[in-house]
Every structure is written in C-alpha cells, then in structure tokens.
Design a protein around this ligand. Structure first.
Ligand code: ZN
Length: 204
C-alpha cells in the first residue's frame, strides 16, 4: 500500500483517528521525509484530521507516526490554558497552530530546562525531560516554504518532542526515569510544584 493509499484509508475511517501507542514499530522507525507523496489535497485533509485528533486528545502536538503514518509531518498548538503562575514557571505561553514538515532542531545557547512532560502515545504517565531551553527549528511549512525560527520555553519543548517522534524517539528515551509518575500520583503529589520537590522526593 502506498503512503497516499494509507492516508486515504485512514481518512475514510473513524474520526478522530485513533492514536498509536508505545510498542508499535511505527513509533520507533525514522519517518520518511515528506516530498509530495500525498499531493496537495490529501496533505491538507491529513493536516486537518491531525488537528482534530490533537484537539480531541487533547494534546499540544501530534506527529504523523502517532496515527500510523511514517512521514515527517507534525502539528503543534498550545492554548496554554494553565494558571498564570504555573505558565510563568514553565515559560509556557500560547503557541499558534502550525505544521512542521521535515523538521530539524539545534540547541541555541547552553541553557537547559527540566520539566515533566507526557505523550499521547504513552498514556497515563509523565516524566521529567532535561532539554535545551531554546532551539532553532528548520523545517518546511505545509506549503513547502522553508522556515527558520527560534523557539523558547515550553514551545521549544513541544518542537523538540514532536521532531523527536519523527526520528523514532519517544520522550521516555530522554527522560530521567526515576521521575516517572502516573497521572494520579502527579496530580496529587507533584503537579504545580517546583521540579525540585519531585527531585528530592523521587531521587532523580
Ligand atoms: Zn508524543
């Protein structure tokens, strides 16, 4: 089956498209660079279906392999609807909807940021990932236009997380594994607190 046929079959199936979870090989293989395999109309339909899937989940990013499509395409959008003091602590501010195609990122400067993050493909858990605080993203947009843009704070984390998916990497590969917490424990013990509290409690 060609990639275009795979996408057409997915779009003809139930919506929102079900999310593929960890253990599926599609999440572990580098995705193919997008080079027009779908054509403009099918690409637009795929992007819209990914946007709906991300909103319904809900999540702040979704990479094509997470719906079973091994192409280097991801969607990002973060309304950042969290309390202002938490937003300030995480440097988490709204990120408008955008599509990234064939993305690469490089760290800008040496500053790092360690925060809990989760993944729609690893439901029920969160873990701390220490990442570059700022990155330069190089990619194409959905129209094939080259983009070079710096991202900081939580937006930089989303860019890295989704770009990593397209290389077959899950956030757990980079996580401080002793920080792993299920969502219930996170909510009752660590949510909204400085990361140092979880660090001393869990020993990471
Ligand atoms: Zn993810």
């Amino acid at each position: 089956m060609s990639l275009a046929e795979m996408v057409a079959a997915l779009l003809a199936g139930p919506q929102p498209i079900p999310i593929v979870t960890a253990g599926n090989t599609v999440l572990r293989r580098p995705a193919e660079p997008y080079d027009g395999q779908l054509g403009d109309d099918l690409l637009s339909e795929l992007i819209e279906a990914m946007r709906v899937c991300m909103h319904e989940a809900p999540g702040v990013g979704l990479a094509a392999p997470q719906i079973g499509i091994p192409l280097q395409i991801a969607v990002l959008e973060d309304p950042a609807t969290i309390p202002p003091e938490l937003a300030a602590y995480r440097h988490r501010y709204p990120l408008d909807f955008r599509v990234i195609v064939n993305p690469r990122y490089t760290a800008v400067g040496t500053e790092r940021a360690a925060f809990y993050e989760g993944c729609l493909s690893v439901p029920g858990y969160q873990a701390v990932v220490d990442r570059p605080a700022s990155v330069l993203l190089e990619c194409l947009d959905e129209n094939g236009t080259a983009v070079q843009e710096q991202f900081d704070g939580w937006s930089a984390r989303i860019v890295q997380h989704e770009t990593d998916h397209l290389g077959g990497t899950l956030y757990l590969d980079k996580a401080l594994t002793r920080s792993l917490t299920d969502n219930d424990q996170y909510t009752s013990l660590w949510g909204g607190l400085p990361i140092t509290v979880a660090r001393s409690g869990l020993g990471f």
